[in-house]
Write a protein that binds this ligand. Structure first.
Ligand SMILES: *Cc1c(COP(=O)(O)O)cnc(C)c1O
Length: 401
């Protein structure tokens, strides 16, 4: 039986890029170099006694891939080591991770606070699904610590936020929110999909739980869906494990393998995404047809200093308003030759989204304005093409507005 437990102790001291390549590695008796894909749903036991011991939890071998799988476990160990978390769970999608992190924790009568600047489906869980189950939720402006203080109650069990947020790249004071949330013994859950593990470690700023859509930067090449939940052992074992086992949002071993290979190059890819993004942000922040450009690494970002305290770079996304409202934005999208129209992000291919008519179309006009999403707003996920080509594409498309 292979296990990574024997070398786990020393791997804790490895630097992030070494962990990204080798963390959690389990080699089988064949000594394969690259991580093997264990594409199996079940496991066999040599004797009925072994099966009995495993079900009793006295033998920690695998039982069924809904409960655990060697390839998925390698990914879970690797990301936990990289994040400095005690444990991790892989899930089928980023939304399965968000949903499990919340539903496993709450019961009717509980209270949840969330920043209102959220990925569309996260907002549906907080605003529609939890209240249907008798959980009261309060949506606030996450950038205002006073609103967190006002919203917190003795029955608050957790707070949820994204920083930077989708699509307006709002940056929230993680330590400030963590301190408020911890004052009533609640947990802070941070969706870190936009920053990725390469740029920001929310646990350093007091977050208790970190969520990833691995679909984004961790795969980074548009192939597979996946999610991750990271936390301490108590949360992962006592709260998440029974929910994962019995409701089944498990990650496929094949997708886990794709994510493992993605982690190996994550830092390299994200560094280049960021170099391209800052170059583009600088070039177009003063363009005549760009009305407001948001990029956390530019001085002009409203929370630039906080962003650079929490993140090592400005990120892979840029949001700006094209002159001329929806008409201007649509002319811009029509004219792009390289950048594809897509709601995905964190991909090698540069992608552009018009949030008002796609990811945030569900919201009312008023709710969109509250978030700062205007008819001319576009969000660009900067890819890994030659930055000169991306800049020429944007310049040509802006000239067509
Ligand atoms: C994409 C995304 C999700 C959902 O992830 P899926 O893998 O698409 O289910 C959740 N939160 C954020 C911030 C995202 O960008």
């Amino acid at each position: 039986m292979m296990t990574s437990d024997s070398n786990k102790k020393n791997t804790r001291n490895w630097r992030p890029q070494t962990l990204a390549v080798r963390g959690g590695l389990r080699r089988s008796e064949f000594g394969e170099t690259s991580e093997a894909i264990f594409l199996n749903s079940g496991y066999v036991y040599d004797t009925p006694e072994v099966a009995e011991a495993r079900f009793k939890g006295e033998d920690d071998g695998f039982i069924y891939s809904r409960y655990g799988n060697p390839t998925v476990a390698t990914l879970e160990d690797r990301i936990a080591l990289m994040e400095g978390a005690e444990m991790a769970w892989g899930t089928a999608t980023g939304m399965a991770a968000v949903n499990t992190s919340l539903l496993a924790l709450v019961k009717a009568g509980d209270h949840v606070i969330s920043s209102r600047a959220l990925f569309g489906s996260c907002r549906v869980i907080i605003q529609d699904i939890l209240p249907r189950l008798g959980v009261e939720t309060t949506l606030i402006d996450g950038t205002d610590l006073g609103q967190w203080e006002k919203a917190i109650r003795p029955e608050t069990v957790c707070a949820f936020l994204e920083s930077p947020s989708n699509p307006m790249l709002e940056v929230i004071d993680l330590q400030g929110v963590a301190d408020i949330v911890h004052s009533v013994g609640a947990r802070l859950i941070v969706d870190n999909a936009f920053a990725s593990p390469a740029l920001q470690h929310p646990m350093k700023f007091g977050a208790d739980v970190v969520i990833y859509s691995a679909t984004k930067h961790i795969d980074g090449q548009g192939r597979c869906l996946g999610g991750l939940i990271l936390g301490d052992e108590e949360y992962c074992k006592d709260i998440i494990e029974p929910f994962m086992r019995h409701t089944g949002p498990s990650l496929s071993p094949f997708n886990a393998w794709v994510m493992l290979k993605g982690l190996e190059t994550l830092e390299l890819r994200v560094a280049q995404h960021c170099r391209n993004a800052i170059d583009i942000a600088r070039e177009f922040s003063t363009h005549a047809n760009v009305e407001r450009l948001l990029y956390p690494e530019l001085d002009s970002h409203p929370r630039h200093e906080l962003a650079m305290k929490q993140m090592s770079k400005g990120g892979t996304l840029i949001t700006f308003d094209v002159a001329g409202g929806k008409d201007g934005a649509f002319k811009f999208l029509h004219a792009l030759q390289i950048i594809d129209i897509s709601n995905n992000l964190g991909d090698a291919k540069s992608l552009v989204t018009h949030p008002a008519t796609t990811t945030h179309a569900r919201l009312s006009e008023e709710e969109r304005v509250e978030l700062g999403i205007l008819p001319g707003t576009v969000r660009i996920s900067v890819g890994l093409e030659d930055v000169i080509d991306i800049k020429e594409d944007i310049a040509d498309a802006l000239a067509a507005v």
